[in-house]
Design a protein around this ligand. Structure first.
Ligand SMILES: [Zn+2]
Length: 269
């Protein structure tokens, strides 16, 4: 399922496609046709069933997430399914002026593919932000690839019939088991910051997990854990925001969470 195809050599959007005409896939080159309409979102599909192409497996949910991300970005500064000729990659969503690529993952992916994709984009100066569907990811069992993605810029996405929300999360993982899950922090993907602008002093004092992020990621977003920390590090609000979702924490409960935080700073890295 995809929204773009090639009409001879030109990229064509589903809205401009004509039923019954053969188009081609920009990834595998095979034929695509248009379908959908009254009850189903219009899309291109591979006319051969065994296409074996990444795009033929893309779900409607994947498309909705892509469209939602684009909606959050400044107008005329992004594109869906953008082709990077230099590295032969098609990005789910690109934010041009910030050199960011969003890669949506609704199904499992092998760790080496994550690595290769990320490195390719880095080689042309783009940062990759991974968006993981929490229907598949963020479970108690953590796959090696999810564990690896957790070291890269990433957020989870929650998709329901009406809503699509992106969130960051503080969690404790040991031996590929998620032992603790913090409350979701809803992030604003349209509002990005660069880590190189963070003061040295703030980096130094940050919890280890955030320190790692500040040192290895190029970007962070409004209302994610890094931004909350930087915004509220000097006030007692930090803890209370972090504990959002737990009303009037019992002293013991609070202590427990503080201990977790300490444990996490040691375990995560
Ligand atoms: Zn294809």
């Amino acid at each position: 399922m995809q929204l773009f195809a090639l009409d001879k050599d030109k990229k064509i959007f589903i809205g401009d496609a004509i039923r019954g005409v053969n188009y081609s896939c920009f990834e595998c080159g095979k034929y695509l046709r248009m379908r959908g309409g009254q009850f189903r979102r219009k899309h291109f599909y591979h006319s051969q069933l065994d296409a074996g192409c990444r795009h033929s497996k893309k779900s409607e949910k994947h498309l909705r997430v892509q469209l939602q991300i684009q909606k959050l970005l400044p107008v005329n500064d992004s594109e869906l399914e953008f082709i990077f000729i230099k590295i032969l990659r098609i990005a789910d969503v690109v934010w041009f002026s910030r050199n960011i690529v969003f890669e949506v993952q609704c199904s499992n992916i092998a760790e080496h593919l994550v690595k290769e994709r990320t490195e390719d984009y880095h080689s042309i100066g783009y940062e990759v932000v991974w968006i993981l569907d929490d229907w598949r990811f963020n479970k108690w069992k953590v796959t090696p690839s999810e564990y690896f993605i957790k070291s890269l810029p990433h957020y989870y996405v929650s998709v329901s019939k009406e809503n699509i929300t992106f969130y960051d999360q503080f969690d404790l993982i040991q031996k590929f088991r998620r032992k603790h899950r913090g409350p979701p922090q809803y992030v604003e993907l349209g509002h990005v910051f660069f880590t190189y602008l963070i003061e040295k002093k703030s980096r130094k004092k940050a919890p280890k997990i955030l320190k790692n992020r500040m040192e290895t990621h190029r970007v962070y977003f409004s209302r994610d854990l890094t931004e909350i920390y930087l915004r509220e590090k000097d006030s007692t609000l930090y803890r209370s925001t972090y504990l959002k979702g737990i009303k009037r924490p019992h002293r013991l409960k609070q202590l427990y969470i503080e201990l977790l935080e300490i444990a996490l700073t040691d375990v995560e890295s």
